[in-house]
Design a protein around this ligand. Structure first.
Ligand SMILES: C[S@@+](CC[C@H](N)C(=O)[O-])C[C@H]1O[C@@H](n2cnc3c(N)ncnc32)[C@H](O)[C@@H]1O
Length: 137
């Protein structure tokens, strides 16, 4: 799920072609058979608006790589705890422990989540990648 052009017509950090419309076009072509068979679903929209449409326990795992902002990540985790199955994985990018880093919000939101949601633990963290899971009782 991604808003593509609804967020920005051009993604400034892209290597090469920065058009978000053409990025989606390339993805549709690359995943043509998986989309046609229903194995892959693409959702054009923000993480929060799309996640809300899923039933609880719908996802086996989720990978969070959106705005990296604190409030956004906090809201995503609050929804994902319902949408990801118990024992499933919530993972993501941009683990930045430095409070001065512009993407520190991810680290802060995940740490707060782990303090509030005591059944979850950080089971993987390497470079900027992280993954948390709920202990299955
Ligand atoms: C760092 S890029 C990562 C894109 C992709 N995961 C990748 O590695 O190529 C961040 C992406 O978040 C998307 N984005 C921005 N706001 C969002 C939101 N509220 N919900 C979901 N995605 C969002 C942007 O359109 C952009 O494609």
């Amino acid at each position: 799920m991604d808003p593509w052009w609804k967020y920005k017509a051009k993604w400034p950090h892209a290597i090469g072609d920065k058009s978000t419309v053409r990025s989606l076009g390339s993805l549709l072509i690359a995943l043509e058979s998986e989309i046609a068979s229903g194995r892959v679903e693409l959702h054009i929209g923000t993480s929060l608006s799309v996640l809300e449409t899923f039933d609880d326990n719908y996802l086996d795992w989720a990978y969070v790589d959106t705005t990296h902002a604190y409030e956004q990540t906090k809201a995503e985790l609050a929804l994902l705890k319902h949408k990801v199955k118990s024992g499933g994985i919530i993972a993501g990018d941009d683990w930045r422990e430095d409070p001065e880093h512009r993407h520190h919000g991810v680290y802060r939101a995940v740490q707060e989540f782990l303090i509030e949601e005591t059944s979850y633990r950080l089971f993987f963290q390497e470079n900027t990648q992280w993954a948390i899971s709920q202990d299955i009782k």
